[in-house]
Design a protein around this ligand. Structure first.
Ligand code: PLP
Length: 446
């Protein structure tokens, strides 16, 4: 199996990303599978970065994009509306609960988060609450790489060099209740973690706090962390009590991946603003959205308009892709499929704990699943960072032809975790293939 370092016959690249490491060239992709330029096949066990929710090369989306290319690929939003954007916004709202009814299109997750933050701030200014500007978030967390989204990101390794360029925002611990070894029940722990928000709001001065942002089902930074049920309602109560807006970052957990349309739909509490991307257009085009209720949008429009917008926002081709993706999700019942296939995959991942003592926890909802590698399952002590365990396991999996996603959240309490998040179209036999490859990788890793 070709590894990153073994890439003969390739010219020195003018491209660069995060490191000098280079990967195989992708040739094509279909369903849950990739093929590289050497003809090797890989099972996409992480939907890329939890993006390709409906699988690759879906004919319905390909055809819809082809049709849109034949009509118009770009029409600037200040000159024209376009049908794809209007239809997609209406269809998206049909999937949302609570009073979320207005859609602001962007091209990715960081842009979606930035848009929520700026809309929240303009709402505060427009409604006479100009002293509110602090956005509390959790540690660890990931909300994007642009400076605003990074300021609310709790991930020291990514944020530290940029700290002098950002307004520092307060952080509270993520609800890692599964790591606690106290006498409390899980539900009591949920309340305990939620109450940290109230403590922080009071410490900051409630009149300065604009919003609280969190991933309702955690993504890469926490490895699919789910808080105890009690957490969600208590957070909502606290936000209401202090006039703080609740923003759900559903960039990874949205668009059906957790077995509900939004990850937050698993609980009764409703957010004020939602950031969406990734599975929304499922990798067929860059697309995201900030979603808000009239009660937030109207005062901003009354005050002169939202002082924000990206050139490619509402692009007809991206919206045609997003619309076709949503149609596939509906027509093929993929939200329910994510729930049932997720249960199946999670039960198989849980069985791995019998065989591998270094797997300390299996968690997540639907097909947003992860397992954590530990030095000691009793204490949940993490593995030594120098072992680079998560990256090694990902490479062992890649050698087997399986793509999984991993992170070690440095500076946080969580340790090495591996996300296993195949597309929602994954079949039962493909889950078996995934598990066989993962087991071989774990054997090679052990
Ligand atoms: N928010 C969450 C929860 C994410 O997982 C990500 C990306 O991984 C982002 C925001 C940023 O999205 P993007 O990389 O599309 O800018």
């Amino acid at each position: 199996m070709a590894l990153a370092s073994a890439l003969p016959n390739r010219p020195a690249s003018h491209l660069f990303y995060q490191t000098r490491q280079r990967r195989p060239l992708v040739e094509r992709a279909e369903g849950v599978w990739f093929w590289d330029s050497d003809g090797r096949r890989y099972l996409d066990g992480s939907s890329g970065a939890m993006v390709s929710n409906i699988g690759h090369s879906h004919p319905h989306v390909v055809e819809a994009m082809r049709r849109q290319i034949g009509k118009a690929t770009f029409a600037y939003r200040l000159h024209f509306e376009n049908e794809a954007a209007e239809t997609l916004a209406a269809k998206l709202v049909g999937h949302l609960t609570g009073d979320l009814s207005r859609v602001f299109f962007v091209s990715g997750g960081s842009e979606a988060v930035e848009s929520c933050l700026k809309l929240a701030r303009q709402y505060a200014v427009a409604t006479g609450q100009g002293s509110r500007y602090k956005v509390i978030s959790r540690f660890p967390s990931y909300h994007g790489c642009t400076l605003g989204a990074l300021a609310v990101t709790g991930y020291t390794a990514l944020t530290a060099p940029f700290a002098p360029m950002m307004q520092e925002m307060p952080k509270i611990p993520a609800p890692t209740a599964y790591l606690d070894r106290d006498a409390l029940t899980m539900e009591q722990r949920g309340l305990k973690y939620a109450d940290l928000l109230e403590r922080e709001i009071l410490a900051q001065g409630p009149e300065t706090v604009l919003a609280f942002i969190m991933e309702p089902v955690g993504g890469a930074s926490t490895g699919a962390l789910v808080a105890p049920d009690s957490y969600y309602g208590r957070v909502r109560e606290i936000c209401d009590r202090h006039g703080v807006l609740l923003i759900y970052d559903e960039v990874m957990s949205g668009a059906g991946r957790t077995g509900r349309f939004l990850g937050g739909d698993h609980w009764a509490a409703r957010p004020d603003l939602v950031a969406l991307s990734k599975g929304f257009a499922a990798g067929y085009s860059p697309l995201g959205a900030a979603v808000a209720p009239d009660r937030i949008v109207e005062p901003v429009l009354d005050a002169g308009g939202f002082l924000h917008g990206f050139t490619y926002a509402g692009n007809p081709l991206a919206c045609a892709a997003g619309l076709a993706v949503l149609e596939v999700i509906e027509n093929e019942g993929l939200v329910a499929r994510a729930a049932s296939r997720g249960d199946l995959l999670k039960s198989k991942l849980a069985l791995l704990m019998e065989r591998y003592p270094f797997i300390g926890d299996v968690r997540g909802k639907g097909l947003l699943l992860a397992f954590e590698l530990v030095a000691d399952r009793e204490t949940m002590a993490p593995l030594e960072p120098s072992l680079n365990a998560h990256a090694r396991l990902v490479e062992r999996a890649f050698e087997q032809g399986l793509i999984v996603y991993s992170r070690r959240t440095r500076g946080g309490r969580a340790g090495d975790h591996i996300l296993v998040c195949p597309p929602m179209v994954v079949s039962e036999s493909e889950i078996d293939e995934l598990m066989a490859m993962l087991t071989a990788a774990l054997d090679a890793f052990a």
